[in-house]
Design a binder for this molecule. Structure first.
Ligand code: NAD
Ligand code: ZN
Length: 661
């Protein structure tokens, strides 16, 4: 089945935003970087091919994540950009051709790409005065006190220089393993990798805790200097070294052939280094040449990051086991002989679905190649057929659900085999796990284990029972040795969840493909769960971010009487089911649908769109009978004619602004 590109773009943006949040804001990614890069590359490819579907808020146009509220903000004079990526030799050669064509013959500086957290350090008259994370590149987080504890960040320079540098804070692999061992002993969450350990250590509020972490730094750039001028990057790094910074080792190269050779060597030596690197950065050394090349909004044109391919290891499939998900989908999982891949032990890998297994003919007892990728757990790429034993059997998913014994079925055109039993306990469990999860109703103290226990003891059967837990107080207390205190905490968290915004509830309901972002869009547009429930497919489709699949799945969800019954129950139990206006006037355009066309005298398109949305309205792509207003400017095109022929009201910027008052 070929996906509609608009739909695919929307889904990719949603998916990538989710991972950006986890990675940049929470320091807790759930997928490998190479998998993330695959998603991003696919999005770039689609946006190039279908620019009309490219979204204004696309992650391809922005750097990093948002600065968290808990930190003071630091506004940068020079934006802290990201780097363009190269994934194979061809990308580097293309880069070489591009820069040499624009800037003539030149020299490259090559450095390791340290896998840590970017920080910016400010010095005044030789004294360290401030340090920040990158944030979104324009506004970072003030983490000065935490950075003071990093032993290789000089608090005083050898000269009274006033300058700003950028570097990467990291933790060595050994230190990382030790840190995780200690955390395991005291029952704390483990860090996924050294990068997250470093980022998590810097981005927290207790600098005493930071001081205990084995943090280090490589300074890789002079951002600005009040006292000196330099003609090249290598020269400026020499200066920083002389001032007392621990700078990134650098190698110069005249030709691309030398660069490629160094890439190969670095890839081989990577595992022997005491710290993690995820590639190499190739930079034009001469500042004059950099000037000629310039930057894009997101990255400089004079540098490129070569990323190493994901590591692949071979191991044995000891067994294949099946998990049942929220929608009843059966997911086969390979249980593997434990193997070390890119610094962590892997013992399970997803096999996705029936086709995935049959296309690769993966069997219990096979030796397979595994890559760290995919959701949380890694992925089996292919079988090593040379090692296949004569006694292995082709694998087929069970015809009965391994959790409830009910029949399973695979619909034509769908990838997943599903358990058909509507009251399958596994499905109920997964739905609840999603409902209470962080991005959804965020109920603390109700993790997967607890849910399982409550279901097994008939304390809860379906989602609405969560809000009736108080009726079962005695039973819960008799069952739990953690006591009254944690019970009270749980009840308080459940109570608090009743006031979550509408978008959270929409997301929590688990409508297929409706993620956090789309939930927000829906909440904004409809303002009420029942309004959303009444929306026709065409109406949903008129929203920019919504494609056919989401529109139909949403309609189907609300057409199901079980789901409507659940929503009614939740409302009766006191959950918030409508969007409250945040300020007076915020609903001035509530429910109104706008089409934008032409160039407005003062407002940019994005600004007009943001104003409409902020005031409760929605911007749609094309004019129809359902359009309330066409906001038209200079050089408006066919949309204006259409509006006239349908009798849709046409307004100009002044009239629009008057509506906001
Ligand atoms: N796994 C996930 O869920 C997830 C989510 C978001 C991002 N990511 C990863 O993050 C990447 C994007 O992050 P990014 O925007 O920071 O870009 P980037 O990691 O591709 O490159 C820019 C960064 O490289 C670092 N760097 C290290 N050594 C350097 C050196 N010697 N010179 C210059 N810079 C150096 C700097 O901190 C700089 O900010 C993705 O490609 C992906 O690998 C992963
Ligand atoms: Zn079942």
């Amino acid at each position: 089945m070929v996906k509609d590109p608009k739909q695919e773009i929307i889904e990719l943006v949603e998916e990538i935003e989710k991972h950006n949040k986890l990675y940049y804001e929470q320091d807790a990614p759930v997928i490998e970087d190479s998998t993330y890069d695959d998603l991003m590359n696919r999005l770039i490819e689609l946006e190039d091919k279908y620019p009309m579907h490219s979204l204004d808020y696309s992650p391809t146009k922005r750097v990093g994540g948002k600065a968290l509220e808990k930190f003071q903000k630091v506004v940068f004079d020079t934006p802290k950009l990201s780097l363009a990526n190269a994934f194979e030799e061809g990308d580097l050669i293309a880069f070489d051709n591009r820069v040499k064509k624009a800037a003539g013959d030149l020299r490259y500086a090559m450095e390791y790409k340290f896998d840590g957290l970017t920080v910016v350090l400010f010095y005044q008259d030789g004294v360290f005065v401030r340090g920040a994370t990158r944030g979104d590149g324009e506004v970072g987080e003030d983490v000065t006190e935490n950075l003071r504890t990093v032993k290789n960040i000089p608090l005083r320079l050898k000269e009274k220089a006033t300058l700003e540098v950028r570097g990467e804070v990291y933790i060595e692999k050994d230190g990382f393993f030790k840190l995780n061992d200690e955390r395991k002993k005291i029952g704390e969450n483990l860090f996924a990798n050294p990068r997250n350990a470093a980022a998590g250590s810097i981005r927290q509020l207790d600098s005493k805790a930071t001081a205990k972490r084995p943090l280090d730094i490589f300074v890789f750039n002079l951002e600005s200097s009040q006292d000196r001028e330099f003609s090249s990057h290598s020269e400026s790094l020499e200066y920083l070294k002389a001032l007392g910074f621990k700078t990134s080792p650098l190698k110069l190269a005249k030709t691309m052939a030398e660069v490629l050779e160094f890439c190969k060597k670095a890839e081989e030596e990577r595992s022997k280094l005491p710290y993690d690197i995820d590639g190499l950065v190739v930079k034009v050394d001469d500042f004059e040449k950099r000037e000629i090349l310039g930057t894009t909004g997101k990255s400089p044109k004079w540098a490129i990051a070569y990323k190493f391919p994901a590591e692949v290891k071979e191991t044995l499939v000891e067994s294949i086991q099946v998990q049942v998900g929220r929608t009843g989908a059966l997911t086969p999982v390979a249980h593997l002989k434990p193997v070390l891949i890119s610094g962590s032990v892997v013992s399970r890998a997803t096999l996705h679905n029936e086709d995935y297994i049959s296309q690769r003919d993966i069997r219990e007892g096979d030796w397979v190649f595994v890559r760290k990728a995919g959701e949380i757990i890694p992925e089996v790429i292919k079988v090593n057929m040379d090692k296949r034993g004569p006694e292995t059997q082709p694998y087929a998913l069970p015809k009965n659900c391994p959790e409830c014994g009910g029949p399973t079925h695979r619909n034509e055109g769908e990838a997943d085999r599903k358990c058909l039993n509507v009251s399958c306990p596994a499905q109920a469990r997964r739905k609840m796990e999603h409902f209470v999860s962080k991005g959804a109703m965020n109920i603390e103290g109700l993790g997967p284990k607890q849910i399982r226990k409550f279901i097994d003891h008939h304390i809860i059967e379906e989602i609405s029972d969560i809000y009736k837990l108080e009726e079962k107080k005695e039973k819960i207390l008799s069952l739990d040795n953690s006591g009254e205190k944690s019970y009270e905490k749980l009840i308080a968290s459940i109570e608090e969840s009743k006031t979550r915004p509408l978008s959270r509830l929409i997301y929590a309901l688990g409508i297929p493909f409706v993620g956090e972002k789309i939930s927000k869009v829906l909440a904004l547009r409809y303002g009420d769960i029942y309004e959303l429930g009444n929306a026709k497919v065409e109406d949903l489709l008129s929203i920019d971010e919504i494609g056919e699949v989401i529109a139909e799945e949403t309609r189907a969800f609300f057409d199901n009487p079980d789901n409507m019954a659940l929503i009614k129950k939740l409302q009766m139990l006191g959950l918030n089911t409508s969007e409250e206006a945040t300020s007076a006037g915020a609903t001035a355009l509530k429910g109104k649908k706008f089409v934008l066309t032409g160039t407005l005298p003062t407002l940019k398109r994005d600004e007009a769109k943001a104003l409409i949305e902020k005031n409760g309205g929605a911007v749609i792509g094309s004019v129809s009978k359902n359009t309330d207003y066409v906001l038209a400017g200079e050089a408006a095109g066919s949309k204006l004619d259409k509006a006239r022929s349908l009798g849709v009201e046409i307004i100009d910027e002044d009239a629009f602004k008057a509506m906001l008052q």
